[in-house]
Each structure stands twice: as C-alpha cells, then as structure tokens.
Design a protein around this ligand. Structure first.
Ligand code: F6R
Length: 617
C-alpha cells in the first residue's frame, strides 16, 4: 500500500531515495520521509519526513537540510492505514535514542498488545502507527544480539500481519554500512548494481539504476552492503534467490507489468479482501479494534448514503443489515439525500460509504447528519480523509490505493466490510439473535472468499467471449432480481464508464412494464442469477427477452441450472453464500467491462469526462 526504497553504495543516497520515492508516489502519497546515515557528522542518522506529497514536503526538507555525503539510507512514501497522515506518523520511525530507523509497508495486526508490552518495558512511543512497535522490538533485541540481522529476525517472531520492513542503523553504533530487511505478504525486491545495491517495494523505484532484480519470498530476510547481498531465513540459513532481468519500461513497471491499472486492481482483489479482513476476523470472531458503535437498541432506521459505485455497495448491504439487525435499512444517493428532507435524529444511524472519503455530495450529507445528531459510521479507503475525520466511527477498507478512475477493489472491499459489520452488529443485538446462525454461516465463509476469487480470476475465458459479443453493440441490458439487481446496476455502470457502451440495468420483472420495447434481435442482455429463491422467476425473464430476439449471457453460480440452460452463453461465478454473491458477480462484471473496453480501444484508466474524486456537488 505504501512504497519503500533503500540504497547502499557510492551515489548520493538522498538523490537515489528521492527519485525512487517519486516513482512510487502512485502507491501512496500522504507523507514521505528518508533516513540517511550521516557518516561525517555526529548526528549519526538524519531523519527527514513530512506530511503531504513529495514536492511540497520531503523535497523542501531535503533542500533545506544538508543531505550531502550520505551513501546509505531508506525512504518511504505513505498511504496511511493506522494513524492520521501527519509528520509524526510519517515514516521512517526511530527508536528513542535514534540508533536505528525503519520503514514498513503492511499492517501489524497485534500492534496494540505489542505496544502495551513494550511500554511496560519502558519504551516510549511517539507516533500512532503500528510500525513503531517494530522499532522498539529492534531496540530491545539489538541490546541482546548486537547484530542488526539477528535483531530483525527475533523481532519478526513477534509480528502478526503483513510486512515489508527495512532498517538502517546509525553509523556511530554500527560496524558496517548495511540495510537489513524482511518480508511477509508484502512485496520486496533487491536491485543489484556494481558496488551498490538497492531495495524497494516495487521495481519502478530502482529501474533507472539497474534491471537486475531479485524477488524475495515470504519469510526471507536480506542484508545489503555496497558489495554484497545475503538472503537468509529466520534460523540464519542462507538461501539463493534467482536474479531476473526486468524488461518493463518505467510506466509498465508502475503497473507491475499490467497494461492498465484497472486490470491490476481487479487482480489485486483476493489480496485486498485478505487485507480488509486482516485482524478483524479470526476463528469466526470479529474484532473491530475499539470501534464504539451506537446503542443499536435505540436505532429506528439505518441509511446508507453514497454516490456511484459506493451507493451500489450500500444497496447491496441494506437488505442484509435490515434482516440481521431487524431495523429498517435503505440506501440513498448522496446528491439526493439532503434535498428530500429526510427524517433524521438520534434514532437514525447513517452509514457513509466512500472510496475517497471526499465526495462532495456524500460529505455534505454527513454534515447534515451530524447537524441532526445522527450517529454516523464512515466506510472509506482513505485514512484521514474528510469523512473519516468527521464521522463518529470510521472503518477502513484497507484495499490500498486505487489509481484507475473506475472503482474495482474498493467496491468489493466496501461490500466485504459492510457484510462483516452486519454480521458483527447482528450478533450483538438481543433481537438479532434469531439470525445468529446466518451471521455464523457468513462469517465462516469469509476467510475462503479470496481463494474462490483467485479461481474466478484464473479463468476468464467465458467472460472474454461475452465481451467480444457485447463490444460490437452500442446498447446492452443488465437484469437481475433482489441482490442480483444491485449487481446489475454496478455491472452496467462499469460497462458504460469505461467502454462507452450504453447499458441499462433493470429489475428483471420490471422490463415488461415498458423497457421491453427496446429489446430487438441480437441485443445483448446480461442476466444475473445467484439467489436461490428467485431462480425460477429469472428463468422466465430470460425466456421473455430471448423470445424477442435478445442474446443472453447468464452470470450464475449454477452453470448447469435453468437460467444458464435458457441462455446463449454462461459466465460461471463461484458457488458461495447467496448473501455474498455481489462480491463475485461484481468481479466478473468488472472483467467483462474491462475486456469490452480493451476491444474498443478506450482509455481505460482515465475515461472521458470523469475524475477519481468528485469534490464538486
Ligand atoms: C465508478 C466510480 C464512481 C465512484 C463515485 C463515488 O466506478 O468509481 O461512481 O464510486 O464517484 O466516489 P467515492 O466512493 O470516492 O465517494
């Protein structure tokens, strides 16, 4: 989610780090910093870090502070997951006497218990971030081990979660100019040079200097000096990792070799779902780390307020919340909500959903809810965003930065978080008890969703064939019932947005009340069917449109079922819990839209007339 870079060699370390961080800024950009070993002075380690983007923050600091003369350092550009994006929480972090500095990508799930333990041992914390526990663990073990590599291996034994972490020590205390690093579930690559070596979370950071890279594996540790790279495991055993020659150009490299950010982000969904659940769901138990939700016994109505794709996440969540919490729940469009003068008050819970946390209409609705004393929850991807700061409670989707204008991984992580919250809150309410079995069933299914998603993404042949058929038409229809209607809405939005094909979504039973007049020979209809109680009705609706000449592709978890049999083509999705099906249908329709847009040669990551964050009303 963030970017990290390290350098040891003969060049000006500050220059290499700054250039590398600039190339990683697309990964996270709310603060940036470097730690430079300063061999000439008595300072030892010079740590410079600043909130804001690199141009406005770190670069100015580097110009003002003398950075010359250092040939060893680490740097970081941050996408906040814990703690506000401010100077204090920016990386690198240091231990108290500034003997070592450290940068980290990922999330340390057990940081709270480690913080408590280390504070008890007398360590003083100066930031709100999970990363700082690693500094103090390092400080603790460095006293015992006297060796940076061993201290890192001992420290990592305590860590639960995901990390790519790099550490440098003050040259005043160190025997050698070295960087040590470790990875678990977060990418880390070593770049090999002549009398210099590089470390980075992503290849683009080091491409101008070397194309010879070594990808570290989970559980690897690495020690870099100017003329040596040693990879080892936690027991000290040395291992070899192959060296590969990277062929990508710098722009391709930013996308990890993918032709578009959108495809990269679609394919990141399994990892994004794991990240969204990390530390929050374990053994069927939900832990939302201290979030204080309102007393639900006093709540009479729940509104989900959002725009665009995020509104569809609210639409998908509302029926499950209503059922599990036994409280009426509905989704509202941000730009409409305020103007229809809704009845609001202390007994109205309002849940705001926004990838950016900045969408003007959603934000204005949040202000209205606050004015009316409603308890509020915000589900967003951006730590410290305006909505995150203003709502009573915030829960982050932890999907990582999304660059492509079309929401993909942020939509499905919103769904996952909202489904998780529904089960968690449902289990707590006395009158929700009647649905505790449903909550248990859904929570039990969640950990395996990411693997099912991987299977879906591994074989997209049928989706590709359907896209070829749809890409030739200027009109299309998406139909479904219940939750499948919500997926239809999201699917048609994605198709319109990036392929410019006109698409309309309808509740399948509603077509015959007017829109059926538009169905003509060959027009593509995407018919979604994942809800067991609605399968027969959907099969009849498919018949209706086929009888008028439509070409129908079924998106279904029952590829042998009646809906599939009555259709011209089938896109199978994993057979999971029906309540969770929008996750898979959402993904399949993202791929469908993407493939159609590729065939039509559209500017996929930046569709015409659209912006990633809509900050005007
Ligand atoms: C569509 C899309 C938009 C956003 C909408 C709300 O792919 O991305 O419809 O969902 O502009 O944005 P956020 O979620 O940032 O409030």
């Amino acid at each position: 989610m963030c970017g990290l870079v390290g350098y040891v060699g003969w060049r000006d370390a500050a220059e290499v780090l700054l250039a590398g961080l600039r190339r990683l800024e697309y990964r996270g950009y709310d603060s940036a910093g470097v730690a430079l070993a300063d061999e000439e002075s008595e300072i030892g380690l010079r740590v410079l870090k600043k909130a804001g983007n690199i141009d406005d923050g770190l670069e100015k600091l580097l110009k003002n502070g003398s950075s010359n003369g250092s040939h060893l350092g680490i740097g970081h550009t941050r996408w906040a997951t814990h703690g506000e994006p401010n100077d204090r929480n920016a990386h690198p972090h240091t231990d108290c006497p500034d003997e070592l500095a450290l940068v980290h990508n990922g999330i340390i799930e057990n940081h709270q218990s480690l913080r408590k333990w280390l504070s008890g041992l007398g360590h003083e914390f100066t930031s709100d971030v999970d990363t700082e526990v690693i500094c103090h663990l390092m400080e603790h073990y460095l006293q015992d081990e006297g060796d940076l590599s061993q201290a890192l291996a001992r420290s990592c034994e305590h860590l639960e979660g995901a990390y790519a972490v790099a550490v440098v020590q003050s040259p005043l205390g160190a025997n050698e100019r070295e960087i040590v690093a470790a990875r678990k579930d977060s990418l880390l690559v070593v770049g090999l040079g002549d009398d210099e070596n590089f470390l980075a979370s992503d290849v683009p950071a080091i491409l101008p200097y070397t194309r010879r890279v070594m990808y570290l594996e989970n559980g690897d540790f690495v020690r870099l000096t100017a003329d040596d790279v040693t990879v080892f495991r936690s027991d000290g055993r040395r291992v070899d990792r192959p060296v590969t020659e990277v062929q990508w150009d710098p722009v391709q490299a930013q996308r990890d070799g993918y032709p578009h950010f959108m495809l990269k982000e679609i394919e990141e969904q399994p990892a994004a779902w794991e990240s969204a659940l990390r530390g929050r769901l374990s053994g069927g138990e939900v832990d939302l780390q201290g979030l204080q939700f309102p007393a639900l016994e006093d709540i009479e109505h729940i509104y989900f307020v959002a725009c665009g794709t995020s509104y569809h996440a609210g639409m998908a969540a509302a029926p499950l919340w209503e059922r599990l919490l036994q409280i009426p729940a509905s989704a509202e469009i941000g730009s409409e909500f305020r103007y229809r003068q809704p009845l609001l008050g202390e007994d109205t819970l309002v849940v705001f959903i926004s990838q950016s946390g900045e969408t003007a209409d959603t934000l204005a609705s949040l202000d209205l809810a606050i004015e009316e004393n409603c308890p509020t929850i915000c589900v967003t991807n951006v730590v410290g965003s305006s909505m995150a700061r203003r709502a009573d409670n915030v829960i982050y989707t932890q999907a990582g930065p999304e660059i492509s204008v079309a929401s993909t991984k942020t939509y499905t992580t919103q769904l996952l978080i909202l489904f998780l919250l529904a089960c968690h809150l449902g289990r707590q309410l006395p009158h929700g008890q009647q649905h505790s079995e449903t909550c248990d069933r859904l929570l039990a299914a969640m950990p395996s969703l990411s693997d099912l998603e991987r299977q879906l993404l591994n074989d997209t042949t049928e989706i590709g064939s359907a896209a070829e058929r749809i890409a030739d038409w200027e009109d299309s229809f998406f139909i479904g019932r219940g939750l499948d209607y919500v997926s239809a809405l999201e699917g048609q939005l994605k198709l319109k947005e990036i392929s410019y094909i006109h698409a309309e979504a309808y509740p399948a039973g509603e077509l015959k009340h007017g829109t059926m007049a538009l169905i003509e020979e060959g027009v593509p209809v995407v018919a979604i069917s994942t809800q067991p109680q609605l399968r027969d009705k959907m099969a009849s609706n498919v018949e209706e449109v086929r009888a008028r000449g439509a070409w129908v592709v079924a998106v279904t978890d029952q590829p042998e079922g009646e809906v599939a049999r009555r259709s011209d083509a089938v896109i199978p999705v994993p057979d999971s819990e029906p309540e969770l099906s929008p996750l898979f249908v959402g993904t399949a329709l993202q791929v469908l839209a993407y493939r159609a847009a590729v065939l039509r040669d559209c500017p996929i990551d930046k569709p015409r007339n659209l912006a990633k964050s809509v900050t005007v009303e």
